[in-house]
Design a protein around this ligand. Structure first.
Ligand code: ATP
Length: 249
């Protein structure tokens, strides 16, 4: 049966997430369709990272629904979400600094422990090397000695080794030199071309909107705007608030 493209791959319905008494996400609705690159932009503290962590299952949700592939996954443990093809590259990258680059990559495949997966894991390693040649050049190097940009590439490569169908990327360009920022966006595009759906949280709103089919703007725990990347890029409110244009309105 052909896939039903009208059914979202991921749906957040009236999702609330709190840290004790602090309401960080206040009832948001987001939908992602297979094959899309969708961005979530917004100021510091808007609730973007909290949203990604709730989707990945590293933070519990307070109320609302999280629907993935048509099933409610509100209470599914994080590692079982990885099994189902949902991978997060966290803010700060979360790589194992004392392990080598290769060891870090192989950790990404830890959910695929069945013997029948072994050959496919090696094929996927080659695929990651093609996409991230810089990672391949540094396979035996201790990951903590990589540059920030290289560590980000490694974190993405590691996530790809879990064979995600939906990749959640939290601020992948943060703190990187412009050349690396460009490279990261090229890598994200090639991941999408390979058929992986991507939800991208980005502080570089300009680039994020340029490359995304659709985007959501978050402010104070709520979604305040949404639309195509192109439309939001030209929206005066977005331009003045997030693209640094003082006289946009
Ligand atoms: P940034 O770009 O700064 O990471 P963000 O949009 O990702 O911002 P979040 O990190 O999701 O925002 O934070 C949303 C809100 O939740 C903020 O008010 C923040 O102070 C609060 N918050 C985040 N983490 C915690 C925590 N561990 N405990 C308490 N409050 C938190």
């Amino acid at each position: 049966m052909p896939p039903d493209v009208s059914t979202p791959m991921l749906e957040l319905k009236n999702l609330h997430v709190a840290y004790g008494q602090i309401q960080a996400v206040k009832g948001i609705d987001i939908a992602l369709h297979t094959g899309e690159l969708v961005s979530l932009i917004g100021a510091n503290g808007a609730g973007k990272t909290t949203t990604l962590n709730a989707i990945a299952g590293t933070l519990p949700i307070a109320s609302g629904d999280l629907i993935y592939d048509g099933a409610r996954i509100n209470n599914l443990p994080a590692h079982l979400r990885v099994h189902r093809g949902l991978a997060l590259v966290p803010e700060g990258r979360g790589i194992f600094t004392r392990l080598t680059v290769e060891e870090n990559l192989r950790m990404g495949a830890y959910v695929r422990h069945h013997r029948s997966e072994r050959a496919q894991i090696e094929i996927d390693m080659q695929r990651v090397f093609e996409m991230l040649p810089r990672v391949k050049e540094r396979l035996k190097q201790v990951a903590g000695t990589l540059s920030g940009g290289e560590q980000q590439m490694l974190a993405i490569g590691r996530a790809l080794l879990s064979r995600p169908r939906l990749l959640l990327l939290d601020e992948p360009s943060m703190g990187l030199a412009p050349l690396f920022v460009e490279k990261i966006f090229e890598v994200v595009q090639s991941i999408v071309r390979e058929g992986v759906t991507v939800l991208l949280v980005e502080q570089n709103a300009n680039l994020a909107l340029k490359f995304s089919q659709r985007a959501y703007v978050m402010d104070g725990g709520c979604i305040t705007l949404s639309g195509t990347g192109e439309a939001l890029l030209h929206d005066p409110k977005v331009r003045s608030a997030y693209l640094g244009e003082v006289n946009a309105e």
